[in-house]
Design a protein around this ligand. Sequence first.
Ligand code: HPA
Length: 242
Amino acid sequence: MLAIIGGSSLVKLPILEVTHRQIVRTPYGDPSCPLLFGRIGQQNVVFMARHGYGNSIAPHEINYRANIWALQSVGAKSVIAIGAVGGIRPDLSPGTLVIPDDVLDYTWGRKHTFFEGVDCPLVHADFTRPYSDDLRHRLLAAAGQSQVHFSAQATYACTQGPRLESTAEILKLERDGADIVGMTGMPEASLARELDVAYAHLCTVINWAAGKGNSRQAVTFDAQCKQRSVDEISAVLTKLFE
Ligand code: HPA
């Protein structure tokens, strides 16, 4: 079964025909919300809202371990994670969908591994290619058939939040090789890797990053672009499940 983790711009997935919901408890505490099971097309899907259905859990307060563990425990073999991001690279303007192929992690203090504690074996999960190639290719094919404006290559930088970045911080991320910036992609991706769950990221650019484009004086969000991105994500996911 495939899981979809919705971000702040996608708390509900209108194309999901919900059949039931389930509260899952985990050894790592409670996930962000009950899981919603249902169908998109003919496929069984499980959905969770990363920030909770009330969109109230801040990026640094999300229990990423409980979320990934809960999804795996109900049979999810792969996860498509939806996330809102700021655009750094000049071609990644608000309204663009991005399927990143690499990641930079600037988060700190988040519970970021399942492999810790005295009785736990020492495990170094491979993260050379942080996203599942197979799932990315399926997403890219679906985006290609959906008449949406998307980018197939970008490095995602994950910052700690909840505040947005300074201009100098964005310039530093840019020098590091970052193309887009968000707050929730890590440790979600690496925890999925630790549990052998295929993971791909579908990002929507909702603003220019601090100091870029129309965010020179202050980060400017475009409300219209948020609604459009819900429609475009729905179009891509519908194609994916056809
Ligand atoms: N920075 C960090 N996270 C974000 C941004 C941003 O500009 N936009 C959406 N999520």
